[in-house]
Write a protein that binds this ligand. Structure first.
Ligand code: HT7
Ligand code: ZN
Length: 854
């Protein structure tokens, strides 16, 4: 398959002034009629063919200004030759037949549980009708839907309806990827929101009958998001209605279609009984994310798919700000950075590394990645740090006013910052074009002052970014390094200041100090870099106890745990006692936020440790990693044994479950402590906690603790008996078993789960639960005989025939292969080769396997 290149971008030949669509819905033969009002663009007049994208469409008729035309489409679209085309405005009418029932790829128009549903980002609209399916072609849509189903929805505002039909008009020009249609037997949970200029917006969340009681949190999150975007970014909603639909079969989390967001049902439905605190927090964040796209993505969209980070990075940054405002900024930052390191740093270190703005792709669906989303958000955070809050706000205002209604680029984005601040951002732009995580080495020097005089402390940094696929040479980047200094007694003697590093090597002097300070570097994780600093365990323990920056306090604990485990695995100095004592002190400190303590208690994951070992040039041994990590948990549990029952009891509450930050933090710490207690008492406390649980968070916490010690059979059975009718809850049951099975049993267990009557290859959530669970089981997946790799490859090949997009996403489980020993490397690459040799392999999975193999 052909690669598409950013450098080859050409504007479209025509302007699409408006479009009328009519859908006559039928499961196997939906008839789509389209009237496109076109005219040649100024540059193209009289010279250009008209190219329309189209895939898997049966063309019934084609008319130009009313005249029937006899043209045969090719497999990817339709070309109207230049000599057929008027040099003035014209109307092109098409009628096509599509087959929603057979659409298992869940892209275009498909069916899920008897309901019609569309997914058009990135290039799904071409599976609905012939169209210039590219984000820089924006137009106003009028849509008519004909069907006997009771609820017929599309974008924009409803204009008219009658028995068996409904019409919608969207006054805002949009690209085709934001088109949506839903038809089904649904019920609405309703509310309203009055915007800052006093317009009333009708809000509805559409779900299957029976799910109404689980919409309250999503609705509450939506209303808070609408208010927040007005207050913080000055952005007002712009239609009379805002609809959200929950659907069970969905490739990703949710989709920001204009005025008609479509959600994976697991990111809408929640109540205390069926959803965990993490689910509630994720729902809040995703509802906000999709809503915020209304301005960052919809009103201002992307010129082409290479600019994906323009909408995704910015919108992730905005949803992170929102969640921080709703909850705790420090806790949110710690969670976001943990995710960035686990997913994006991992991606950056392997064969799938790519720039935040890639230069080429075969299948754009393969670039909805942690790099585009999470690193894209980090770039916005860095920009904000560099220019300051006031200039950031001004730049955003200018961005919205200058580019409203346009399809913009990263150049446009950076230009508003340059215009507002007068800064030259050409060096900053390298963050968008160069892949890889910079490694930041630090050294320090202390010059004692002459008798009675102050001393000078110098921090010296060196940056180096390792080569990534297709990019051997890297250039120095601008790196904002937030630094504070602590005195020997733990007091802060220099508050945070941002050092701006622009060279490969650079030193910064701090004068007027009376004693050698302890530096707190990269506070708040001010740049997405790997900080390499040889500090002692004692210094890390000191920062864990005293740092005023909560992120770096956590960071000190995390790095102490990591260094302790790496030392255990590589024969280094024994740091266990320092680590266990420092952590136990923090856990006992009831003046600290429980959520913060819970995060610090969490040991680096087995995959994090494999990453850390590989960064230091060691081959990770999955079994040894698992054993060392579990031994550390045992040691900590032993040290805290006298405190655990009291600490756990102290975190209990009589108040009814509320999914707020305070309650979630308490439950999170309680679950972490229960996991330790379970290592001491063989599961007695966890069994009791499971039986007594009145909310899903506590039940899952107890079940996790039990499965982790190889127990929990009775509880799993009870859980399944209670929840077997609930798909989203049962995904947890599948996932936990796959992720927590003992390494020598994981593959067999996952094979059994895939043969379970509840396993459904057509449902992406279930596939991810089972096979995402397997790949999260580090030692089980990386079993030395390659059985884990073989099982995953078998099922990816099977899934690819039905749903290439989902198969390609899960295949990234193989991206870490270069880290491992030669035997494992050979086993994984053999599976990638087997995938590549599969007849009829999709472009999606083919590109992923090919890139991993290159
Ligand atoms: N913009 C959306 C990304 C997306 C997607 C969503 C659902 C199914 C397929 C999809 N392809 C791309 C979601 C977002 O980032 O907000
Ligand atoms: Zn998004």
């Amino acid at each position: 398959p052909r690669s598409i290149w950013l450098a080859d971008y050409q504007p479209y030949s025509h302007v699409l002034d408006k479009a009328e669509l009519c859908f006559r819905l039928a499961p196997k033969g939906t008839r789509v009629s389209a009237r496109l009002h076109l005219r040649p663009s100024a540059a193209a007049r009289g010279r250009h063919v008209l190219r329309l994208d189209g895939e898997a469409l049966r063309l019934v008729s084609l008319r130009l200004d009313g005249q029937l035309i006899d043209l045969t489409p090719d497999p990817t679209g339709l070309t109207l030759p230049a000599d057929l085309l008027p040099d003035a405005p014209f109307v092109l009418e098409t009628e096509v037949l599509i087959d929603p029932v057979s659409n298992t790829a869940l892209e275009g128009l498909y069916m899920s549980n008897g309901m019609y549903c569309s997914q058009c980002e990135a290039q799904g609209f071409r599976k609905i009708t012939f169209w210039p399916d590219r984000p820089d072609v924006m137009t106003r849509y009028t849509v008519r839907i004909e069907s006997d189903l009771p609820v017929l929805l599309s974008n924009g505002n409803p204009t008219a309806s009658g028995p068996g039909w409904a019409e919608w008009h969207d006054p805002w020009p949009k690209p085709s990827y934001l088109f949506a249609l839903v038809a089904g037997d649904l019920v609405a949970c309703r509310d309203s929101f009055t915007t800052m200029s006093g317009r009333k917006v009708d809000l509805a969340i559409w779900v299957r009958a029976g799910d109404e009681s689980r919409c309250a949190w999503a609705m509450d999150s939506l209303i808070r998001s609408m208010k927040w975007d007005e207050e913080v970014y000055g952005r007002e909603y712009d239609l009379d209605v805002f609809n959200i639909v929950a659907v069970d079969d969905f490739n990703m989390g949710a989709m920001e279609n204009k005025g008609l967001n479509i959600f994976n049902s697991k990111f809408v439905l929640a109540d205390a009984e069926s959803a965990t605190d993490d689910d509630f927090a994720r729902i809040e964040a995703i509802i906000a994310h999709e809503y915020f796209h209304n301005w960052t993505g919809n009103r201002i969209t992307c010129r082409d798919w290479f600019q994906l980070c323009l909408k995704e990075g910015l919108t992730v940054f905005r949803d992170q700000q929102f969640s921080g405002d709703m909850r705790s900024h420090a806790v949110k930052r710690i969670e976001d950075v943990a995710l960035l390191r686990a997913r994006q740093f991992r991606e950056d270190q392997g064969p799938l590394a790519h720039p935040v703005r890639p230069e080429s792709f075969v299948e754009i669906n393969n670039f909805y990645t942690a790099t585009v989303y999470e690193k894209g958000a980090e770039l916005i955070a860095m920009l904000k740090t560099l220019v300051g809050d006031a200039a950031y706000a001004k730049a955003l205002d200018l961005y919205f006013s200058r580019h409203d209604g346009e399809a913009a680029t990263i150049e446009d984005w950076l230009k508003v910052f340059e215009d507002v601040t007068g800064r030259d951002l050409s060096q900053f732009k390298r963050w968008y074009s160069e892949a890889g995580t910079p490694r930041l080495e630090v050294s320090e020097a202390w010059e004692v002052g002459e008798a009675g005089e102050a001393g000078v402390y110098t921090l010296s940094f060196t940056q180096h970014t390792p080569p990534t696929p297709g990019q051997k040479q890297k250039n120095p980047r601008v790196i904002p390094i937030a630094v504070g200094l602590l005195g020997p007694n733990g007091d802060e003697i220099r508050p945070t200041e941002v050092l701006e590093m622009t060279e490969v090597q650079q030193s910064f002097r701090f004068e007027g100090l009376t004693a050698r300070p302890v530096p707190s570097i990269l506070r708040g994780f001010s740049a997405p870099v790997l900080l390499a600093r040889d500090s002692s365990a004692a210094e890390r323990a000191f920062l864990l106890a005293h740092d005023t920056d909560l992120f770096n306090r956590y960071e000190a604990g995390r790095s102490l745990a990591r260094e302790m485990l790496v030392a255990q695995l590589t024969g280094g100095a024994d740091l266990r006692a320092t680590w266990a004592a420092a952590l136990a002190a923090l856990i006992r400190d009831e003046s600290l936020d429980p959520a913060f303590r819970a995060l610090t208690l969490r040991l680096p994951s087995e995959d994090d440790l494999a990453q850390a070992l590989s960064e230091r040039g060691h081959l990770p041994d999955p079994e040894a990693i698992r054993s060392a990590r579990r031994a550390a948990q045992d040691l900590l549990a032993g040290g805290l044994s006298a405190d655990l029952p009291g600490l756990i009891a102290g975190l209990a509450s009589d108040r009814p479950f509320l999914p707020d930050a305070e309650g979630a933090g308490r439950r999170s710490l309680s679950a972490g402590l229960l996991a330790l207690q379970t290592r001491l008492d063989g599961g007695a406390a966890a069994r009791q906690a499971f039986d007594a649980a009145d909310n899903m968070t506590s039940a899952i916490g107890a079940l996790t603790a039990l499965l982790d010690i190889g127990a929990g059979g009775a509880e799993l059975a009870a859980f399944a008996a209670r929840w077997q009718q609930d798909r989203n809850v049962m995904d947890k049951w599948f996932m936990l078993q796959a992720a927590l099975a003992a390494p020598d049993q994981a593959v067999e267990l996952v094979a059994e789960l895939a043969a379970h009557p509840g396993f459904d290859l057509k449902n992406p959530n279930r596939f991810r639960a089972v096979f995402g669970g397997l790949s999260a089981n580090h030692a089980g997946f990386h079993r030395a005989d390659g059985a884990g790799y073989r099982l995953l490859a078998d099922w990816l090949i099977r899934l690819d025939a039905l749903n290439p997009q989902s198969a390609a996403r899960v295949s990234a489980a193989f991206e870490t292969w270069p880290r491992y020993d030669p035997a494992r490397r050979a086993l994984i690459t053999a599976e990638l080769d087997r995938i590549l040799a599969t007849p009829g392999l999709s472009r999606d999975l083919g590109e992923m396997a090919g890139r991993m193999r290159a």
